[in-house]
Design a binder for this molecule. Sequence first.
Ligand SMILES: Cc1cc2nc3c(=O)[nH]c(=O)nc-3n(C[C@H](O)[C@H](O)[C@H](O)COP(=O)(O)OP(=O)(O)OC[C@H]3O[C@@H](n4cnc5c(N)ncnc54)[C@H](O)[C@@H]3O)c2cc1C
Length: 389
Amino acid sequence: MNFEFTPRLKELSARGRQFCDEVLVPLEQIADEHGELPMDRRDAVKDQVRAWGLAGINHSKEHGGLGLTMLEQTAIEEQLGRVTNGLWSCVWRPPVSLKFGTSQQIKDYLLPSCAGHRRGCFAITEEGAGSDPRQVKTTAVLKNGNWHLNGEKWFVTSYNASDFIIVHAHVDNDPDKPTLFLVDKPAQNLVHLRSPKFMHNFAFDHAELRFDDVTVPEDRMLGKVGQGFELTKDWFVETRLQIASHALGAAIRATELANDYATSRHQFGRAIRDFQGVEFMLADMAVEIFATKTMLYRIAWEIDNGLDRKQIHAHASALKLHSSEMAGRVIDKALQILGGRGYMRENPVERLYRDIRVDRIWEGTSEIQRVVVAGQIRKRGLAVFSDWM
Ligand SMILES: Cc1cc2nc3c(=O)[nH]c(=O)nc-3n(C[C@H](O)[C@H](O)[C@H](O)COP(=O)(O)OP(=O)(O)OC[C@H]3O[C@@H](n4cnc5c(N)ncnc54)[C@H](O)[C@@H]3O)c2cc1C
């Protein structure tokens, strides 16, 4: 086993870190106070993403991306995770499902998305369909060469930064026919209901939308009828690794801040790190980070080395569960070490504390990840997690 970071990985990690510190961190408080990244800042950040060579980090060169391995992407994503307010999402990652499009769809959607000229958001969740997407009620019916979409979608992240939506709908109202559609904005009969406030102040909004007989040309169906889940499966693996990378970066930043503060803050005539109650918290935080980092990079390596797809899904679920819960524990301790200062909004640890909570909910809740892990143990045995396969 070779755990060494190659010069290439070191360079990508350093670039991600520098980009985060120089371009994104200065925007954190602006985004927090404004509720999201103000519109008049967005183009300048896009230009920076291109200038730093970070456009299309998750796609092949053939599709306009950087052609990075999963390990390489992870090295960058970990550093981006340090930033608060979800500003890591300024570095676009076009949905993986787009690569399964027709050559025309790749030309119209994927290539410009990798270049940062277009952006897509993803709409699966509905009022009655969260963890169980078979409950989706949005329908797609083909009439005279056009698909007609009807339904309502919730929590559509980055709607106000996007110019198209990938909509998950049931063809003919049949839950066995989950299918994806590319809907360009603006679309007639597409109603933006509202973008509610959330616990975090993210870079972009999370919208609620109504499709009131929105028509989509027949050739804007992505993949085939019934392929909705199949096309998003690999994307879920990728997003789970991204969440884990961001959770790790966030936990490391919070721990660095707490560690520095524990040295500089004096109470009762000594540095607070000299109280074992504080130093033991730092020890636990370091061990949590160490374990998560080892797990994350192992799974990124497994993806690059073609481990069996089912096993990768199982490992990605275990990783997402562990890393999101780890970040919650570690950042909570960091805030405790910072005392009252950690509770101030101007402190990044306070913002990380709010930001990280959603990682236990989106892209499959912690309970759903446990369902996946437990199902794998039952079907394929504990060795899926306990052995080298
Ligand atoms: C900020 C934010 C952004 C989001 N962005 C998007 C987006 O861009 N696109 C999109 O489509 N969706 C998005 N979502 C939706 C997200 O994926 C869902 O919130 C998530 O899948 C959970 O669904 P739910 O909220 O309806 O909870 P529910 O599914 O109703 O779950 C409620 C509770 O029941 C538990 N539960 C449910 N089923 C089981 C089970 N089988 N076993 C044990 N426990 C169970 C859950 O774990 C949870 O604790 C976003 C959500 C948030 C908060």
